[in-house]
Every structure is written in C-alpha cells, then in structure tokens.
Design a protein around this ligand. Structure first.
Ligand code: G1P
Length: 296
C-alpha cells in the first residue's frame, strides 16, 4: 500500500438551486435546511473535520449568504447569546466558526458540477482534495471522507464513493464500470445517468470523492455532457482514459438523499431517534400515529 495521503482540504459544493425542495428553498439555501437542529452543511463540515480536513472551500452561488454567516464569527446571534450569559448555547452558536479554516468562492452561473469544482482550483490545486455534496448526508461509525482518504492511498488516484442503487434509480446517478471485484475497485469507465438498460453496473456515485490533482486538467479538456453541463463524471472518465488509476469505494455507512422531501424527513427522524432527549417522546408519538392514523 502506498503511504497514507494526508487529505487536508475539502471542497463543499453549495451552489445548487434546491429545486426539489421548493418552496422551502426559495429564500433559504438547501444546504441550510435542518436535520433536527443543525443545518445540513454543518454535518458535511463535521464529517470533513472528523476525517482530518483542516480547510474547507465552499463553492457558493448568489443567494447563499446564510452559509457564510453560519460559519462566520461575531454574528448578531452570537452577540445576543453572549449577552444572555448562556455559556452552553454560546458554545453551540460559535462551534461552526471554529471547526476549520474556510474559504468561499462564487460560481457565477449554474454550469455543472465540474464547473463548480473548477471554481475552487486556485485554492486546492497541487494536492488531492475531498469533494463533499452536503445534500448527501452520510452517517457512519467512521466518517465516509476518512474511509475514502484511506482508499485513495490504496488506489493511487481519484476515489469515488459508490453504493448499490435500484434499477429505477440508475438514471439519477453517475454509474461506475469496475474492472473486477475488490474494494476499492479500479474502474475502466463511468457514465453519467445512463438509462438502466445501458448501465455498466448497479453501483451509483454518491456525493463524496477524493480527487487527484490532475482533475483540473481533465475538467479543462472535457466538453459539456449530460444536460449541456460540465460533468465531473466525464472528467473522471477522462482520467481513466488517460490511464490514471481511478477507483470506486463501497463505503460503510447510511446515506440520506436530503435533496428530496422524503430523504430529509427520514434523516431527521433517524438523527432524532439517536438523541436521548428526543427518542422516547418521538417513539411514543409515532406509536400513537400508527395506532390512530394521522390526525389531520
Ligand atoms: C450528481 C452527479 C452524479 C452523482 C450524484 C450523487 O448528480 O452528477 O454523478 O451520482 O450527484 O448525489 P445530481 O444529483 O447533482 O444531479
């Protein structure tokens, strides 16, 4: 196995419109929607930090100022809570600002994930970095990004988190084409959102990657693909075509697609059931609902 690659930087994409969660996301960035009492993007940052990441580059779009404010210092809320003298609450309010170093870049138009990643180029170039989509919330005993960082060392090139997806869901995912079994599994190709009948496997790409430094050259020379957007899947396929090792990694963990109402609801339910202060009453309430039906 190659020496452990220390992955110190992550790019977190938070430029998407959140169309599947409208009207909630009309004024509130989708990454700021809460799972119990924390916004989704804080879970992503906590996962990164627990994986050894020290610097996070957020790729934002217009209208995402709430994210900058959430990770900033000296907000009006912080001042208010300090005045009240509630030290525990103050610690919670301040926690997001102190988790990592933050940088912010703006994607000026929605042109695809590869285009968004390229916006962070100057800040992460020259070393492998993690890429995290906050709307894929992953709960696991070992953080998913840490699992991928290990897999990067084993693979020697870009690593993509994958999981099995149902046939009807294949057209919603990047689908990988592994050379053979193994985990990480080296890839001979990958394709963005194919029809189920043309999919090379049932392993779908989820929103966690470790990208090797050459990714920016491949993004640069990859034309727009599916839906006329610059697809990261195509840039990774270009790394494969150039003979670079690219691997899929079947991570251990449980993913919630919080970009959709049902996924966000289930995530909230599972996180709440893991909280001692909420579990008992929530279960009682669910019990009552399932006995008596929904009251309205
Ligand atoms: C993106 C990627 C896709 C991947 C998915 C994971 O698609 O293009 O390859 O499977 O994220 O969440 P999106 O969900 O942004 O349409």
């Amino acid at each position: 196995m190659a020496p452990m690659a220390a992955i110190k930087k992550a790019v977190s994409l938070a430029a998407g419109m959140g169309t599947r969660m409208l009207p909630a996301t009309k004024a509130v960035p989708k990454e700021m929607l809460p799972v119990v009492d924390k916004p989704l993007i804080q879970y992503a940052v906590e996962e990164a930090v627990a994986s050894g990441i020290e610097e996070i580059v957020f790729v934002l779009a217009e209208g995402k100022e709430a994210i900058t404010e959430h990770f900033g210092h000296l907000s009006r809320v912080e001042a208010f809570v300090r005045e009240k003298g509630d030290r525990d609450l103050l610690a919670q309010v301040r926690a997001p600002s102190n988790l990592a170093r933050y940088e912010y870049v703006l994607q000026d138009r929605p042109a695809g994930i590869a285009h968004a990643v390229a916006c962070a180029r100057e800040l992460v170039e020259g070393e492998p970095f993690a890429l995290i989509f906050p709307d894929d919330l992953i709960l696991s005993s070992r953080p998913c990004t840490a699992q991928l960082a290990d897999a990067y060392s084993a693979c020697g090139g870009s690593v993509i988190a994958v999981e099995q997806v149902a046939p009807e869901d294949i057209p919603s995912y990047g689908i990988v084409d592994p050379v053979g079994p193994g985990n990480p599994a080296r890839l001979k190709g990958l394709v963005e959102k194919p029809p189920a009948a043309e999919a090379p496997s049932n392993l779908g790409v989820v929103g966690r990657y470790i990208l090797g430094p050459s990714i920016f050259e491949h993004i640069e020379r990859t034309p727009p693909g599916k839906n006329g957007e610059y697809q990261l899947t195509d840039a990774l396929a270009s790394q494969v075509a150039a003979g670079e090792p690219v691997c899929a990694y079947s991570y251990e963990g449980h993913r919630f697609d919080t970009g959709r109402p049902l996924g966000l609801l289930i995530a909230g339910l599972e996180v709440a059931l893991g909280r001692p202060g909420l579990r008992r009453r929530l279960l009682e309430h669910i019990g009552r609902l399932s006995e008596g039906g929904v009251p309205h």
